[in-house]
Design a protein around this ligand. Structure first.
Ligand SMILES: NC(=O)c1ccc[n+]([C@@H]2O[C@H](COP(=O)([O-])OP(=O)(O)OC[C@H]3O[C@@H](n4cnc5c(N)ncnc54)[C@H](O)[C@@H]3O)[C@@H](O)[C@H]2O)c1
Length: 278
């Protein structure tokens, strides 16, 4: 998409972190913005912080895990803005627990928000984007954890992010004939509130697993989250990727070696298959 002025964008998880930065970045290039988020107070604060940043910025409370909630947020956005050209499926959460301890409710919550949330967004907006015929773009927020899994103790999280990468690659092929692009955002650590995801965990998923302060992994993650990239930098990369129709969006080039290592191991397994006589 070369032209942003006057186009409308819908951003999930828009009240905080990367979603809020995406809202600001798209507003600053002339888009009308609808921020959607499950947390009303944070959403109100986010809207206040964006005041004057773009032509029109609105917010709506929406639970991406609930298809009816996403459908009704989509309808409200069509009534407010007319056509929507850019969808950012960005809301995401993480839950802790080693493989032996992670509760099934943690799996369900993380899968519902990080994966089904993306599905719900695509289901609610893609028919509209195809019908208006002007093309558009879908940005699905995955993670470096959707390309390599280095942080054990968060198993549902990379499981959903690998799934988002896989489904987005297929989606890109399917929607290309309609002039709709797809970008898969794979950031490394970004300075956001992701480690406090449990603040927005609905009661239906049961109690939150208390943080295990003794686990050095969590202290390391807290440090990485505190010193991570500025979300505004991530959002600028996304706007450029939408403009240039880039499928993969990486923000941390220093992680390249780890990705190469994973693919070397995969290619070596192909070599063994080629050499195998069993
Ligand atoms: N922060 C990082 O280091 C990092 C790295 C890679 C990928 N990501 C991804 O970036 C995305 C944004 O996360 P962030 O880091 O900005 O965290 P964040 O916690 O700052 O923001 C996430 C937002 O999603 C909202 N949200 C949570 N559950 C929701 C639901 N059911 N429906 C609607 N909104 C919901 C939260 O209220 C919050 O406003 C996530 O998909 C996350 O997995 C983050």
């Amino acid at each position: 998409m070369r032209e942003f002025v006057g186009k409308a964008v819908f951003v999930t998880g828009g009240a905080s972190g990367i979603g809020l930065a995406l809202g600001r970045a798209f507003a600053e290039v002339g888009c009308k913005v609808m921020l959607a988020d499950i947390e009303k107070t944070a959403l109100d604060a986010a809207l206040a912080s964006l005041s004057g940043s773009g032509p029109e910025i609105r917010g709506i409370v929406c639970d991406v895990a609930d298809p009816a909630s996403v459908d009704s947020a989509a309808k409200a956005t069509f009534s407010a803005f007319g056509k929507v050209h850019i969808l950012c499926n960005n809301a995401g959460v993480g839950a802790r627990g080693g493989i032996d301890h992670i509760a099934l409710d943690n799996w369900r919550w993380v899968l519902d928000v990080n994966l089904i949330g993306v599905v719900n967004g695509v289901r609610a907006f893609l028919p509209h984007m195809r019908a208006h015929g002007e093309g558009g773009h879908i940005v699905n927020t995955a993670s470096m954890a959707g390309i390599i899994n280095r942080f054990h103790g968060f198993h549902p999280y990379p499981a959903t992010k690998f799934a988002v990468v896989g489904m987005s690659e297929g989606l890109a092929v399917e929607v290309k004939p309609f002039g709709i692009g797809v970008s898969i955002l794979c950031p490394g650590f970004v300075r956001t509130n992701i480690l406090e995801s449990a603040r927005n965990r609905p009661e239906r998923y049961g109690p939150t697993t208390p943080p295990d302060a003794a686990n050095p992994l969590y202290a390391r993650l807290a440090e990485l989250a505190r010193t991570g990239m500025d979300p505004a930098e991530v959002a600028r990369r996304v706007v450029a990727a939408v403009r240039n129709d880039e499928l993969y969006v990486f923000t941390h080039p220093e992680r390249r070696g780890a990705v190469e290592e994973r693919f070397r191991a995969i290619l070596a397994a192909f070599d063994r298959a080629a050499a195998s006589s069993v």
